[in-house]
Each structure stands twice: as C-alpha cells, then as structure tokens.
Write a protein that binds this ligand. Structure first.
Ligand code: GLC
Length: 556
C-alpha cells in the first residue's frame, strides 16, 4: 500500500518551465518570472497544478543557470526575489505548487566559495572543492574534454564534471553539506514545495573509480539533505542515472527518508544511438521501457515520474513518432501512453502545443555549451555539414527555443530580440494557432488531464498491460474500486485492434472515434471505461501483469 505522503503526490501534475524561453515580460529578450506570472491562467486551464522552474539563481550563465554564483538570489534578467515571492504567493492562491531546481554538485567558479578556495588553500573554503597537484584520474567532463582544469591562482587542478566554469563541490567536507542543507531551508522557509535535484548521483564520488557517480556515501548525503524532519514534506525528485530496481528502492522507498522519486533516463535512448546520432525506432521501445518501470514500481509501492521531454533532450516526438503530417496524432498518442500510467506527470513547456525539433542552417543559431563542445569535436572527423546535421538532431537547444505564443513578431515571446533564434517552425506551431485548430494538442492535453484528475483509477489504480511486446500497439488498463479504464494507443501502421471486453464509448480520442475496438489509423488513440469482461481471466486482479491475456486481442 502506498503511504499517505506518496498518495498525495500522485495528484500532482507538473509543468516544467525553462524560464529563459518561456515568456519575456520586459522586452530584454530573456524570459522571466513576471512572464511566468502572466501565463498562470494558461497553465492552470491546461490542468497542471505544480511548476518546476529550471534555475533562476544568480549565475554567469555559462550553462544557462546551472552554474550558480549565489544560491539565495535571482539573476537580474529573471527578476528579483520579490518576483519569486509573488510567484509563490500567486501559485499557492491557485492551489498550485512550486518546485525549484537545486544544483548541489557544483557551483560556478564565480561563486565566492570558489574564489576564496582558489585564493587561500588553508582558509575556511580551502576544502570546498576537489583540488589536486595532479589529476587523480582521467575522468572526462560530461560536456567533453578532461574533467580536470589547472587553476593558476591556486596552482592546482580542480574537478569539473560539466563545463570548466562549473567546479564540483567536495561533499566529503561537512561544511559543504551544511551549506546545502541551509540553502534547502532558505527556500523552504520562503514557501517552495519541492526540489528537482540536479545530478544527485554525482554528489558522492570515489576518485579511484572510472566514473564520478554513485559514490559510497551517496545515500548518507541525500538523507542528510532531505531526511531532516523540518523538510520531510517536500516533494523531491532527483535527476539520476539509476537504472536498476534495487537502486530505485534505495533512493525512494518511503522509509529511507531520501527522495520522493527520481527521473529515470532509461527511455531516453529511444530513437538514438547516442545523443547526436539517430537510430530508427518507434513508440514500441518507449512502451517497453515504460511498462518495465511501471511493473517494478507498482510491486514496490514506489512512485515514478512520467515524462518524455525536458530541457536537455531533443523532443521525443521527433525521434520516435511523426513530427510532420501526423504531428497532432503523435503528440496525443505520446501523451496517453505516458501520462495515464501511474506516477507524477511532468510536461515540458511546449509539449502541450505539439512542439517538435527545429532545424537551422548555421551553428551560430545555437547557444549551448554542450552543443558547441560537441560541434568542435565533430569537426575533427567530419564535414561542417555533417556536424551540423548531428547538432540539429541532438542539441539541447532543440528543447530551449522560445515558446511560440502567437503569430506576431517573435511569436509573442518578447518585444525585444530573443536571446536565441525562435523556433524554425514557430509560424506553423504556436499556441494561438493550436488553440484555434480543430486538431488542438493543447485541448487534447486539457481533456486528458481532466480525465486523469477525475478518476481515482488513473491516480492510484492498478496498471495492467494487455498488449504483448510483439504488438505494434499498446493497450493497458487502470483499475480502482469498481472502475476500470482502458487506453489504446496505435503505433505507426493502420490496423485492427480488438479488446477482450466491452467498453463504453471513448471519452478521450484524438481522432474522435466512437468505439474502442476496430480499425485504428496511425497514431490514433482512445480511452474508454470498460464494461463487463468477456473473459473472466482478463480481469483477475491477482495477475496484474498477465500479458498472456493479450492473445485475446489478436485479430485475424
Ligand atoms: C543537469 C541539467 C543540465 C545541466 C547539468 C549540469 O543534467 O539538467 O541542464 O547542464 O545538469 O548542471
């Protein structure tokens, strides 16, 4: 049985905001907190009840805010602390929550701690970072190149798992751990409801190992941050490379007092061989990964995050579905197969209007440290055209283009010059146009979230998968009390899908079908309430994952 605390979190539907690109209220070309305040009606009408803000703290902006120079203040172009307080108040007034990004693994080298540390190795900040006369290992930075940088001021090397200006904090030092706990308390006292914790798996390291993740004291450190009584009500979601069940339990079982849930990235390999190399794929791979974790989490009473997109990934729709002619159908199908499972939905900004990957003709149209480093590396072995092709496929900027609100200048994002060129398809894909369209992704999301919020079956219900791994479609049920709901998602080919039980007419369907069984068009999906089963087997509650039932659905 889920504990009460987790039960409550299953009612959260989170919308992730990349503040730089969401809405600019003052014409400086950068999205800001006041811009978010302007769009709260739009977000609430969509049906989300929590926001996660990517970092808005003081930062030189080398990694768009993930390089923090003051954890307790706001970067000028995002606004002020007062703006953030206003946002918290406005959200709470609407019964909505705020999740802030916490970046505990590293600070900017412009942070006063780093400045003190490099200038005085025997001073109070001398051990805040990892300093060595010679690199103790050959670790590579996630953003490419050596993870060790020589600092001429201190005359030693420091570790940076990401950009050169993002120095890793030394969590072995109890003072560093205390600082981070104080930062959590600072924001909690201001009213934030939770944290998304950046690369949580990196805060404990074993410098003798080949990689700087999952060090021996990881769980002790996480408990030190979030296991404290005063912050026990926070919703905490860690970004982590966890990919096995035992580790998920160790992080998230309620009695561990560590994290509420994790972002698992197992399914991020869909449609690509590596971040910048496409691989032919379909919704099938995504389905298989989602099903695996549903099953595992259900068995152990854990809650999952349900997501396909974020600010670091090219949109899933462009990798495994149809982002052209069947864009609306694909966006809806992805939403049904992700957000009607059990867990906490995370919708990335723009997904709700069917935003896809853009395309540009020049590297100058990009503005991301990882993208630039990768491009430089590619140029060593391929032509500029080929390198740009890879960037267009995998760049994080694919998810970071300003939201296109309407068809006006700069698509309603700013009255100034946007910090990065607008989306190359913004004329075709923008909120105003989508809302007016007969096939509106926003309205589909709205209906889906309303349906989800209105039935316990979608919140805590048992999940059963009826389709088999070979099927080019996905059928699952969610059941609680006397209610069973069934969701059918067809993949790329037209085909007939039959169910082993009667259903009422679909209440959610991207192409308006009026029966749940029958011929499905590519990416067509539907959700209906199940009537009595034709086969008693198909309803046996003690075999929630009885995939053998799928044989009942095989069609001639
Ligand atoms: C996380 C963030 C990413 C950032 C990195 C370093 O992966 O999601 O945007 O660049 O951490 O902080």
């Amino acid at each position: 049985m889920l504990c009460d605390k987790y039960r409550e979190y299953l009612n959260w539907t989170v919308y992730q905001i990349y503040p730089r690109s969401f809405m600019d209220s003052n014409g400086d070309g950068v999205g800001d907190i006041r811009g978010i305040l302007q769009k709260l009606d739009y977000l609430q009408a969509l049906g989300v009840n929590a926001l996660w803000l990517c970092p808005v703290y003081k930062s030189p902006n080398d990694d768009n805010g993930y390089d923090i120079s003051d954890y307790r203040d706001i970067r000028e172009d995002f606004g002020t602390l007062q703006d953030l307080d206003d946002l918290i108040a406005a959200l709470h007034q609407r019964g909505m929550k705020l999740i802030m990004d916490l970046v505990p693994n590293h600070t900017s080298t412009a942070h006063p701690w780093f400045r003190e540390s490099r200038e005085d190795r025997d001073g109070p900040y001398g051990d805040y970072y990892y300093w060595f006369d010679e690199p103790p290992n050959d670790w590579q930075s996630v953003f490419r190149g050596s993870a060790w940088e020589f600092d001429p001021v201190r005359g030693q090397y420091y570790l940076h798992s990401f950009a050169v200006s993002q120095a890793d904090l030394n969590w072995e030092n109890p003072r560093v751990r205390r600082e981070m706990a104080d930062i959590v308390d600072f924001w909690t006292a201001r009213g934030v409801d939770g944290f998304r914790v950046d690369v949580i798996d990196m805060i404990s390291k074993d410098l003798q190992k080949t990689r700087g993740t999952f060090g021996p004291r990881l769980h002790e450190y996480i408990r030190g941050l979030f296991g404290r009584e005063n912050v026990s009500k926070l919703f905490t979601v860690g970004e982590s490379g966890v990919n096995d069940m035992e580790e998920l339990i160790r992080h998230c079982a309620a009695e561990r007092k560590e994290l509420t849930t994790l972002f698992l990235f197992d399914h991020m390999g869909c449609g690509r061989a590596d971040k910048f190399t496409p691989k032919p794929d379909s919704l099938k791979t995504l389905r298989d990964r989602l099903v695996y974790w549903q099953e595992a989490a259900e068995k152990h009473d854990l809650i999952l995050t349900l997501f396909t997109d974020n600010h670091d990934q090219a949109p899933m729709i462009s990798r495994i579905a149809d982002d052209g002619e069947k864009r609306y159908e694909s966006a809806a199908a992805l939403a049904v197969m992700t957000y009607l499972l059990r867990g906490v939905p995370f919708i990335y900004q723009g997904q709700e209007i069917g935003t896809v990957s853009p395309r540009y003709d020049s590297i100058d149209d990009f503005d991301d440290v990882e993208t630039f480093n990768a491009y430089r590396e590619f140029l060593g072995t391929m032509t500029p055209e080929k390198a740009l092709e890879k960037i267009n496929f995998g760049s994080r900027d694919n998810a970071r283009r300003p939201i296109a609100w309407d068809g006006s200048a700069n698509f309603g994002f700013t009255t100034g010059t946007p910090w990065i060129p607008c989306h190359s398809r913004a004329g075709e894909i923008n909120a105003e146009k989508d809302l007016k369209a007969e096939k509106s992704v926003y309205r589909f999301y709205q209906a889906l979230l309303k349906l989800r919020a209105s039935h316990e079956a979608f919140i805590t219900g048992i999940t059963r998968v009826l389709s088999s791994p070979e099927d080019d479609f996905f059928v699952f049920t969610r059941a609680a009390g006397n209610e069973t709901w069934v969701a059918v998602i067809n993949f790329a080919n037209e085909q007939k899908i039959a169910l082993p039980f009667e259903c009422e007419a679909p209440v959610l369907a991207n192409l308006g079908r009026d029966t749940i069984g029958g011929v499905y068009a590519p990416y067509e999906c539907a959700v209906a309430k199940a009537g009595p089963m034709k086969s008693p087997m198909a309803r046996s509650q003690d075999r929630p994952w009885a995939n053998e039932d799928a044989s009942l659905m095989k069609t001639p």
